[in-house]
Design a protein around this ligand. Structure first.
Ligand code: MV4
Length: 449
């Protein structure tokens, strides 16, 4: 059993892990940059270690500094949170080489899913439905053009090292192929040092539906349904909900079982998310994320489970504390991401919080590291709070979101809160009829002066 764990992260997700650890009687070590000396995660942890200057590269991404912090404090395991080192296979290898435990999947699983061609090939072989496209990499423009003719346009060219929307180009017709192919390649090369690309049929109006899976690393796995994360701007999610308003219980059971079986067969350990595009009643695998995700709370509240506690248990070699039959959905949950950003450009607005009041009451959860007088540093992500509401059905959750937003006070910086007040007036949001393009289109017609 772990007596002490180190959290290699900051902000609300560091608090999330500290809270789970404390409930398990595990001591916590926070790490922080010099810009985060007064941060809430430092105050809330049992101990803290300064690991470097403000830049994330020199602090939260510094592998030697984090390993040294474990050695100095005697922490036995590392929880990476999301972002930073959470999907860095090399880091996981180094952690294990130092006889420390990584609270997450193996380096090998992270590596497989980090390469999108290998991930897709692995998932297809495990029986997961994928977007039709090239089998593996497409090395030349002439092969790309041949595939375009065979598959029919539009197609999308994706960098194998990409993900989250980077190194992706759509070709609407044969004339656009050369430019799309070359651009995806050079973006892949520039951003990830890998110019390998693959091609898929381009789905024009899908929803983004992701399945939460959880494995014990020993051949057992479960699914915890889906989240609909279609409301995104520039590949940043802004509003997520569970269950997905377009998914039936039969569809959930079917795709959920496919996903749980797939990760069970590879002995996957811990939390994972299998991302799909969903169009005309069909699921098409695109990527797998081998981490706890920002939006995990909507799943936690409808299933009544603590995913971080389960991650820690599995990393200790314990079994999961539930079986598939124990996992029953209760109601509906919505998360909105409150960013310190100025609308309509969503430009980051670091600064001092002059007044903060978190909403509360039945069915309201606020995951945030804010406090009165907190100074949001300019060096990191602009997410400052996640407001999660839970209701007996979708309509109650929407009403509760409206009520909670009206209680919330964040003064001193601009935030994305006005966006959510506006979205709650939209018939398509109230009815759940949106796809991956809805928000960008709405922002163009409603927010640009
Ligand atoms: C696609 C697609 C349409 N067809 N693949 C964007 C991020 C990356 N995770 C995959 N992405 C997409 N892949 C095929 N074959 C459309 C997108 C996409 C998207 C996906 C999910 C949520 C928002 C999106 C916004 C634009 C494009």
């Amino acid at each position: 059993m772990f007596e002490k764990i180190l959290i290699a992260n900051r902000g609300e997700i560091a608090l999330r892990v500290i809270r789970a650890a404390r409930e398990m009687g595990i001591q916590t070590v926070a790490v922080h940059s010099t810009a985060d000396s007064d941060a809430m995660h430092v105050r809330m942890a049992d101990e803290s270690v300064c690991i470097g200057p403000p830049s994330g590269t020199d602090s939260y991404l510094s592998i030697p500094a984090i390993i040294a912090a474990c050695e100095v404090t005697g922490a036995q395991a590392i929880h990476p949170g999301y972002g930073f080192l959470s999907e860095n296979a090399n880091f996981v290898q180094i952690v294990e080489d130092h006889d420390l435990a990584f609270i997450g999947p193996t380096a090998e699983h992270i590596r497989i899913m980090g390469d999108k061609i290998t991930a897709k090939d692995t998932m297809r072989n495990l029986g997961v439905p994928c977007v039709p496209g090239s089998d593996g990499g497409v090395p030349t423009l002439s092969e790309a053009k041949k595939l375009g003719e065979e598959m029919g346009y539009p197609v999308i060219i994706k960098a194998t090292a990409g993900g989250g929307g980077r190194g992706m180009k759509v070709a609407q017709n044969a004339d656009e192929m050369e430019h799309a192919f070359m651009t995806a390649r050079s973006e892949g090369k520039a951003a990830f040092g890998n110019d390998e690309v693959y091609i898929e049929k381009y789905l024009t109006t899908p929803r983004h539906i992701e399945i939460q899976v959880f494995g014990d690393g020993k051949g057992k796995a479960v699914h915890l349904g889906e989240r609909d994360c279609s409301l995104q701007r520039r590949h940043q999610k802004v509003f997520e909900e569970a269950p997905g308003p377009s998914i039936t219980p039969e569809e959930r059971d079917r795709i959920g079982k496919v996903c749980a079986d797939a990760v069970a067969r590879i002995d996957y350990a811990g939390a994972g998310t299998i991302e799909f595009l969903y169009e005309n009643g069909e699921f098409y695998f695109i990527e797998m994320n081998t981490r706890l995700q920002v939006e995990h709370p909507v799943t936690e509240v409808i299933f009544g489970v603590d995913l971080v506690r389960e991650q820690i248990r599995v990393a200790e070699g314990l079994p999961m504390s539930f079986t598939q039959d124990d996992l029953v959905i209760n109601g509906h949950a919505i998360e909105v991401r409150i960013n310190a950003e100025k609308l309509p450009e969503f430009s980051p607005r670091p600064g001092t919080i002059t007044q903060f009041h978190a909403p509360g009451g039945l069915g309201v959860r606020m995951d945030s590291a804010l406090y009165d007088g907190y100074k949001i540093p300019p060096y990191y992500d602009s997410l400052i709070a996640k407001l999660i509401v839970h209701g007996r059905d979708r309509a109650s959750a929407l009403a509760r979101l409206n009520r909670a937003l009206s209680e919330l006070i964040v003064d001193g910086v601009d935030t994305t809160v006005p966006l959510f007040h506006a979205l709650l007036q939209e018939p398509d949001i109230l009815s759940g009829e949106y796809n991956i393009h809805w928000l960008e289109h709405w922002l163009e017609t409603n927010l640009q002066d």
